[in-house]
Design a protein around this ligand. Structure first.
Ligand SMILES: C[S@@+](CC[C@H](N)C(=O)[O-])C[C@H]1O[C@@H](n2cnc3c(N)ncnc32)[C@H](O)[C@@H]1O
Length: 346
């Protein structure tokens, strides 16, 4: 058995050049976003998002080490049906989905803990074609923990963890043999409609006809059930939401008081989405000295921190078709809460 290597490689080569050059199985972590890059992007996003009203922040800043752990806690909450529903679909359908693609590799966008991915990896190993797995996430902590765990569990797989922003360097590794690209956990819901279409189109641009794209969509349902999933009784989602202010304080030296902001989840029927907000509970001034910025908050004024769009089979199909995919399979859980689309490049 070849010895396993764990290397940290700085990301100076495009991901597309990094395909399977290594002659032996191992694990590796490639870094395409350094703390300094993340900070530069954060400065620009904070200026752009928090200066004008209404105020917004992109969701990727939730996921420092603490935020990634809080998200994992959310996935285990009784109210958060999404992970259980998607898991149940994978448990039932992963083998047949994988058999249809016969992938040599899995590439996962926004992989987080890669927990549910193990169901797909198991199916790939049973099927016999799978050789490699690349989780891609903006959270270094999530990638490091997943790579270490999966290396122990799948010693025959080549595992390349990629710390990167899927909106930026969208070069996907392991081109040349069939790839199954995963976007699970309703991450697609965090994109606005135009952004989601553009994202699907960019993924399509990197795939060849033997590749496939497996996307998890949270489905439209009763608003009370949706709202409960984003505002649990134990306050874990509230802690996750407020954590973004801690991230800003850590990385920018700002003086947000997270306890002076209340978590709120709204259902926007017209846009078919949950919106998460942090609502200022008083008049307050927050200073961001590194941006030379002072922000005034009125009582009740909010920062919108996340969108989570809910789809129907029709709207999910239309989105993928707009990105030049054809939906080959559509699977839901028993209660039609969540949908998985297996799409092929057109
Ligand atoms: C909703 S969670 C889903 C996690 C996991 N796929 C699951 O199904 O449980 C979104 C994941 O995407 C990652 N993420 C968010 N924005 C990202 C970006 N711009 N680039 C790469 N990863 C990102 C987060 O760190 C997080 O792990």
């Amino acid at each position: 058995m070849p010895s396993r290597a764990a290397a940290v490689v700085r990301g100076s080569v495009p991901w597309s050049e990094s395909r399977h050059r290594r002659s032996r199985i191992g694990t590796e972590i490639r870094t395409f976003i350094e703390p300094a890059d993340l900070r530069r992007a954060l400065v620009a996003d904070v200026r752009e998002g928090l200066t004008p009203r209404p105020r917004t922040l992109p969701p990727k800043y939730f996921y420092d080490a603490r935020g990634s752990r809080l998200f994992e806690e959310i996935t285990r909450l009784p109210e958060y049906y999404l992970t259980r529903a998607e898991r149940s679909i994978l448990l039932r359908a992963a083998s047949s989905l994988v058999a249809g693609v016969h992938p040599a590799s899995l590439v996962e966008l926004g992989s987080g803990s890669s927990g549910k991915t193990e169901i797909v990896l198991d199916a790939g190993e049973r099927e016999g074609s799978l050789r490699a797995y690349a989780p891609i996430d903006v959270s270094r902590d999530a990638i490091e923990r997943a790579v270490v765990r999966l290396a122990g569990r799948y010693p025959e797989l080549d595992i390349v963890g990629i710390v990167g922003d899927f909106h930026e360097d969208l070069e996907l590794p392991f081109a040349g043999a069939a790839r199954l690209v995963l976007l699970l956990g309703s991450t697609i819901g965090n994109f606005g409609p135009d952004e989601a279409r553009a994202f699907a189109g960019r993924v399509r641009g990197h795939l060849s006809v033997s590749d496939a794209f497996l996307v998890g969509f949270d489905l439209v349902k009763d608003r009370r059930e949706l709202l409960a999933a984003y505002d649990d009784t134990r306050g874990v989602t509230a802690a996750f939401n407020r954590n973004v202010l801690r991230v800003l304080n850590d990385r920018l030296g700002s003086d947000f008081d997270p306890d002076a902001f209340r978590h709120r989840a709204d259902w926007n029927e017209e846009e078919s989405r949950i919106e998460m907000h942090l609502v200022s509970d008083r008049r307050q001034t927050v200073s961001l000295p590194s941006l030379d910025l002072e922000l005034e908050f009125e009582p009740g004024e909010s920062i919108r921190t996340e969108l989570s769009h809910k789809y129907t089979r029709e709207s999910a199909t239309a989105l993928l078709e707009d990105g030049s995919f054809e939906v080959e399979r559509w699977e839901t859980d028993e209660e039609d809460r969540f949908g998985l689309a297996l799409a092929r490049p057109r």
